[in-house]
Design a binder for this molecule. Structure first.
Ligand code: FES
Length: 111
């Protein structure tokens, strides 16, 4: 299991959830009712699932593909450690992953 910490845009803790290895971060966010749209559901045709990963956690993730980098270039409110949540697969080795939902995240639940 991996502990995923979701931070609000202002950096305060929103919630911590446990997630199984092999799950996509996007699915974990949806299950936790985080306001990430993920319009294309992971087929790399949008960038509405981007999150800002904690700096140390970012260094431990496998590098983004060229396609993911290209999509992130089109997104707004990104940071050096931004990633697409649909491309992050949780592993046992991660133990803990902290991500911040950017202020421009599409608010699909109206929160
Ligand atoms: S859900 Fe569209 S790129 Fe991640």
């Amino acid at each position: 299991m991996t502990l995923v910490c979701f931070l609000r845009a202002d950096g305060t803790l929103d919630k911590e959830v446990s997630a199984a290895a092999g799950q996509r971060l996007l699915d974990v966010a949806w299950a936790a009712r985080e306001p990430l749209e993920g319009a294309c559901e992971g087929v790399m045709a949008c960038s509405t699932c981007h999150v800002i990963v904690d700096k140390e956690d970012f260094e431990r993730l496998p590098p983004a593909s060229e396609e993911e980098e290209d999509l992130l270039d089109l997104a707004s409110h990104t940071a050096r450690t931004s990633r697409l949540a649909c491309q992050i697969i949780l592993t046992e080795e991660m133990e803990r992953l902290t991500v911040r939902i950017p202020p421009a995240a599409t608010n699909w639940m109206g929160r």
